[in-house]
Write a protein that binds this ligand. Structure first.
Ligand code: IMP
Ligand code: MG
Length: 186
């Protein structure tokens, strides 16, 4: 089955063309991993991975970095951010983490409105971490409501809904190797 005729996902949406190919993602991820390694030369980097969307990006980054990487996960979900609602962000799994003196890199799939990243950064301010940086595979600057500094950014994209390379729509498409635009079915 080819990528474009696969079943799954909401019935009114279809998989559109490739926006960013696996090869382009791989090259960019290697660049970002090298930057992260340079910025954390001595000692351990603690990845703080925002599930679920950032899982593949985090795994690929970690495999390029030659210094020590520890990996922690949290769950970030937002309500109403797309539909014009309050955009409340719920973070789960952070309270159990001891990040005192850690050098943290938050790993995000997309910074869209910026609310998730900001909520995370607000929380981490109280964590006692030595440093906190943000890596995001994608950014949609035209959608920004809260300005956040992204230290390691893969690609800026326009305001399209995208899937693949870890990112979903209704839990479908996460395993696609390329990033695709999702389109309304004709
Ligand atoms: P923010 O809080 O508005 O920045 O939302 C960030 C989160 O929304 C991302 O981590 C994704 O989980 C989700 N998201 C935003 N845009 C897309 C998209 O185009 N495809 C899949 N998920 C998206
Ligand atoms: Mg996410």
């Amino acid at each position: 089955m080819s990528g474009t005729d696969r079943a799954g996902g909401p019935a009114d949406m279809t998989l559109g063309p490739v926006l960013i190919s696996a090869a382009d993602i791989g090259a960019r991820v290697a660049d970002l991993a090298n930057q992260i390694q340079r910025d954390h030369r001595a000692g351990t980097v603690r990845f703080l991975v925002a599930l679920k969307g950032a899982w593949m990006f985090a795994a690929d980054l970690a495999r390029v970095i030659r210094s020590d990487v520890e990996v922690e996960f949290l769950r970030a979900s937002s309500y109403g951010a797309r539909t014009g609602g309050c955009g409340q962000v719920k973070l789960t799994g952070l309270d159990e983490l001891d990040l005192a003196t850690a050098r943290v890199v938050v790993i995000e799939d997309i910074v869209d409105t910026g609310r998730t990243a900001q909520a995370l950064l607000d929380h981490l301010e109280r964590s006692g971490a030595e440093s906190v940086r943000v890596a995001s595979l994608l950014s949609k600057p035209s959608r920004r409501i809260v300005e956040v500094k992204i230290d390691y950014l893969g690609f800026e994209i326009a305001d399209n809904f995208v899937v693949g390379y870890g990112m979903d729509c209704g839990e479908a498409y996460r395993n696609l190797p390329d990033i695709h635009v999702l389109q309304r079915s004709p």
